[in-house]
Ligand binder design. Structure first.
Ligand SMILES: [Zn+2]
Length: 311
């Protein structure tokens, strides 16, 4: 009985310590960059939370400068900036846009769509990876310019509604749940709930044809851990890593181009030959990095909690 009481007291102190850490980290994030620890090494490269964030976001100029728009495979095109992905899926019945990114990038995306020979006004459906401003702040403007139906994962809706550029309400026309799909003009995208980074983080899967073969395309939602992992977020990540690893994958894309080595693949694309985006071996690299980082952050957090409790 006494032992049980001591254990629950220990657990309580551990969580109070974690809570204290959470408050101090949240405060620190408003003015300081992501921490430069812990570090994990995957395939000979070392990453920290700070280096992953820098890799994803690049400079303010990278976030707003168009990456050369290009065909990825079949009817999937890249129309985003150097560090913020935006994908256009073209069908005979109109097009689907995945991620509007920042509102100020919408004219840049619009220009990339035209450069590829498509009409921005043909976007009939707007989807998203997750409810963070760098991926979905532009939804209201895209909706205004195209009249597209905005479809969102149920678990991300509260966070999406909190994104209000210039006070504009975030449009949501249809709510999706895990495993449901969106079909337009013969193309079907399946929405997989892969929470952790946000509650409704959505990994999209679809099939594409190339040279008479069918390939599985996975458009990953970010798997990047926040600075503090709470019990519900830990559970979410544990489920998401497992789910993402189980998805059949030949072509892996992500909400930031660095998550799938766009720079290198695009360079290969210029040389001709086989499609560099078909890369089953590369499909698990990002999940390997993020899962290792998740465990390193969790270990660091648990040992911080233990040392605080011991004082
Ligand atoms: Zn994010």
């Amino acid at each position: 009985m006494q032992r049980e009481f001591a254990f629950s007291l220990l657990a309580l102190f551990t969580w109070l310590a974690v809570l204290g850490l959470a408050v101090s980290v949240t405060r620190a994030q408003t003015s300081q960059p992501a921490p430069d620890h812990p570090a994990v090494t995957i395939n000979g490269r070392t990453y920290t939370p700070r280096s992953i964030l820098a890799r994803n976001m690049g400079s303010p100029e990278d976030q707003t400068t168009a990456f050369p728009p290009h065909k990825i495979i079949d009817n999937i095109y890249y129309v985003g900036t150097r560090t913020l992905s935006s994908f256009l899926v073209v069908t005979p019945q109109g097009n689907i846009l995945i991620d509007s990114t920042y509102e100020r990038n919408v004219p840049t995306i619009q220009k990339s769509v035209s450069q590829l020979g498509f009409k921005f006004s043909d976007i009939k459906i707007l989807l998203g990876s997750h409810a963070h401003a760098d991926h979905q702040e532009g939804d209201a403007l895209v909706k205004e310019l195209t009249g597209a139906q905005v479809i969102a994962m149920a678990e991300d809706i509260p966070a999406l509604q909190a994104i209000k550029p210039n006070g504009r309400e975030h449009p949501i026309n249809k709510t999706l749940h895990d495993g449901e799909s969106v079909t337009l003009g013969g193309t079907t995208l399946v929405a997989h709930l892969t929470p952790g980074h946000t509650r409704g983080c959505t990994t999209w899967t679809m099939q594409a044809q190339d040279g008479g073969k069918t390939y599985n395309v996975v458009i990953n939602c970010s798997l990047r851990s926040p600075a503090v992992l709470t019990p519900p977020i830990i559970d979410e990540f544990n489920r998401s890593f497992k789910l993402v690893r189980a998805l059949p994958c030949d072509v892996q894309l992500g909400d930031h181009p660095a998550q799938y080595n766009l720079q290198q693949k695009y360079a290969k694309l210029q040389n001709g030959g086989s499609n560099p985006f078909i890369d089953p071996a590369g499909c698990r690299v990002e999940v390997d990095i993020e899962e290792a980082m998740f465990h390193a952050i969790l270990d660091e957090q648990n040992s911080a909690g233990r040392s605080r409790t011991a004082k």
